[in-house]
Write a protein that binds this ligand. Structure first.
Ligand SMILES: [Zn+2]
Length: 382
């Protein structure tokens, strides 16, 4: 018998709005009942009073490289599992970046080892490899000399090193014979994500038809919108078959462009991602990251030449940017930070309803969690 927990007196999230005076009943790591008002279940072992604050499903970040001084690329990944619940993030894809082959191989092995350990804290759903299969022309902070076209042999090799834990890869579909690999990725439960790409509208359409159903940080490091050549961005805006992720830190994308994206695609097809690096949640200063030097100042993280190199904001605070600078409702912001990414990976999460995993966050209107629960266990309390 596991403990039955009641979270009461909360303003509960639902896709249609925030409803006050709600409660959730939790047993064996799942939500087993929910309701509103006075008629609560009688006998429970533990009662958590949400004190009228928001109660939302745990946040899911599909693109994060590090936080709180911990890098996802290697052994320190375990540290991220402890840090992320402080920000309401209950599950994530640990994201690697472009490094020389020997380094990347070692990194992927170490990440898989950490995943096997199943440590206490935020759940690592799997590995997201952001390249090296990127277009040199849209390399962002990656070294273009280390980028090359995706092949099936290469991804099979990395998937073997990862013990099957690679769940997503970012690649440029226009490079080499990459298009041929897309159906294989879908068949092998790897989310094919177009990104760091110079693909035209036509090439992007083809890639979507072949199975590409996710787009890596839309607008950033991809061919932009032009009225005669809609580009990668235009094809993504124009298709219901592809999920768009966006870095909503207020620095990577202008609020008007975020608003256009969300209006074109609806919150069902947009995910908030942090693209955070290890310096997220750390003071201003310089942080070495592989052979890069990250300079953190005024809310941004840049290379010496000014190129943005990931963000230092996590998705709980990005919800605040969406609400305050983009004009999105709080329920739509939660949808994009939890429901959409959970659904994209087929997780039993991201919804506060009977039968779903009890990944629950009690959050103040300052977007700071007061309590974070993962599968029924309280992993953080302020
Ligand atoms: Zn990234």
């Amino acid at each position: 018998m596991t403990k039955t927990t009641l979270i009461e007196n909360g303003t509960l999230y639902s896709p249609s709005g925030m409803q006050p005076d709600g409660w959730l009943l939790i047993r064996d790591g799942k939500i087993v009942d929910k309701g509103f008002g006075g008629a609560k279940p009688g006998k429970v072992e533990r009662v958590l009073d949400a004190q009228g604050q928001w109660v939302l499903p745990g946040l899911v970040d599909l693109h994060i490289h590090g936080a709180g001084g911990f890098d996802a690329s290697g052994k320190n990944l375990a540290g991220m599992q402890k840090v992320l619940p402080l920000h309401g993030i209950t599950s994530f894809l640990a994201t690697s970046y472009v490094t020389p082959r020997e380094v990347l191989e070692q990194t992927i092995r170490e990440m898989a080892d950490v995943i096997h350990q199943q440590a206490f804290g935020a759940q690592i759903i799997g590995i997201h490899m952001e390249g090296p299969w990127l277009a040199a022309k849209q390399h962002g902070a990656a070294d273009p000399a280390l980028c090359y076209a995706l092949t099936q042999a290469d991804i099979e090799h990395y998937q073997q090193l990862a013990g099957g834990h690679i769940r997503r890869i970012t690649f440029a579909p226009e490079e080499g014979n990459t298009m041929q690999v897309i159906p294989w990725l879908r068949d092998h439960n790897i989310l094919p994500s177009i990104g760091h790409t110079d693909a035209t509208y036509e090439v992007t359409r083809q890639a979507i038809m072949l199975g590409v159903n996710h787009a890596t940080h839309v607008y950033n490091a991809m061919r932009g919108l032009h009225h005669r050549e809609p580009g990668t961005v235009g094809a993504i805006l124009d298709s219901d078959a592809i999920m768009a992720e966006i870095i909503a830190d207020g620095h990577h994308v202008h609020p008007a462009m975020m608003r256009l994206l969300i209006q074109a695609k609806s919150p069902e097809r947009v995910c908030l991602v942090s693209d955070a690096v290890l310096a997220a949640g750390m003071p201003d200063g310089e942080y070495p990251w592989g052979n890069l030097n990250l300079i953190v100042r005024d809310g941004t993280c840049r290379l010496a030449d000014g190129t943005l190199a990931g963000s230092i904001m996590l998705i709980n605070k990005m919800m605040q940017v969406l609400v305050e600078k983009v004009g999105v409702s709080i329920q739509d912001a939660i949808h994009m930070a939890s429901t959409s990414p959970a659904r994209q990976l087929g997780l039993n999460k991201g919804v506060l309803d009977v039968g779903y995993d009890a990944d629950v966050v009690v959050m103040e209107e300052s977007y700071q969690p007061q309590m974070t629960m993962i599968q029924g266990n309280v992993v953080y309390e302020s």
